[in-house]
Design a protein around this ligand. Structure first.
Ligand code: SF4
Ligand code: MG
Length: 275
């Protein structure tokens, strides 16, 4: 059933009155209509609003790519940095101003390809940064090449016979290197994104939010809305978020289970006595 313009206007009025748009800047996002990034944007701005974070106490750091434009669309502070370098810059911001709430945002090409070498280090150091990986398994800004998370055999104009490489599992990578908060989320569920982000901000340590999203312009065969809506499902009811072994098995065997996969308290900074 199609939503009528009057219903859209009413919904918009409600959202505006609730203040959910307050963390948005006056710049209208330039993403393609239907892009999953709108859902992530709604989740993050809702979380900022609901937590009552003051906009001047929040910094959003991005790299390069369609997701790299994110800071322009937010009324918080922001840094649009170099390709793949959101995490080291976010680390620097947090070290210099520990009282600020810091988010790093970026796509799968930016975060797992060009910047893939930074994820292990921010995870093992447990820096108190919230990293949102917008994973649509394709390079969108450069018009549709396969990325490190593209599935085997994925056809694009840069891989007309299908990719020959196994995909990289970002969730597993973050768990392997000691991330203390790891969640998998779906761009089509901004309410869950907002809820989990709230918990991620309260968590003291590195939080990795792996968001599956759709590139409607360049991917017509894999992470389409139609497929993602069919594939995503909640975590098993008996999943124990403090059990690293369960988390690792789930990350490997159930790639479309959504929710907080792992959460563990660990002290920030280097261990005492070298242990
Ligand atoms: Fe979104 Fe793809 Fe358009 Fe980029 S190219 S804005 S990822 S739909
Ligand atoms: Mg991408």
């Amino acid at each position: 059933m199609r939503t009528r313009p009057t219903e859209i206007a009413q919904k918009l009025k409600e959202i505006t009155e609730q203040g959910l748009f307050s963390a948005r800047s006056g710049n209208i996002p330039t993403w393609c209509p239907g892009c999953g990034y709108f859902g992530i944007h709604h989740g993050l701005t809702t979380a900022i609003h609901k937590m009552g974070l003051k906009h001047h106490e929040v910094v959003i750091v991005s790299g390069i790519g369609c997701a790299g434009r994110y800071p322009f669309f937010s009324s918080t502070y922001g840094l649009h940095t170099v390709h793949g370098r959101a995490l080291p810059v976010a680390t620097g911001v947090k070290l210099a101003r520990p009282e600020l709430t810091v988010f790093a945002v970026g796509g799968d090409g930016d975060g797992l390809g060009i910047g893939g070498g930074h994820l292990p280090h921010i995870a093992r150091r447990n820096v108190d940064v919230n990293y949102i990986l917008f994973d649509n398994s394709i390079y969108g800004l450069t018009k549709g090449q396969p990325s490190p998370s593209s599935p085997l055999g994925f056809k694009t104009k840069a891989s007309p016979q299908g990719t020959k490489d196994q995909p990289l599992n970002g969730t597993l990578m973050a768990l392997s290197y000691g991330a203390t908060f790891v969640a998998r989320l779906f761009a089509g569920n901004p309410d869950q994104i907002a809820e989990v982000l709230t918990q991620a901000v309260q968590h003291k340590g590195f939080a990795f939010l792996h968001v599956y999203t759709s590139c409607v312009t360049f991917d017509k065969e894999f992470k389409t809305w139609e497929h993602l809506k069919k594939w995503v499902h909640p975590l098993p009811k008996d999943h124990e978020t403090s059990d690293i072994k369960q988390a690792i098995v789930l990350a490997m065997d159930d790639p479309f289970a959504m929710g907080i996969i792992y959460k563990k308290a660990r002290r920030l900074g280097p261990p005492e006595n070298g242990g």
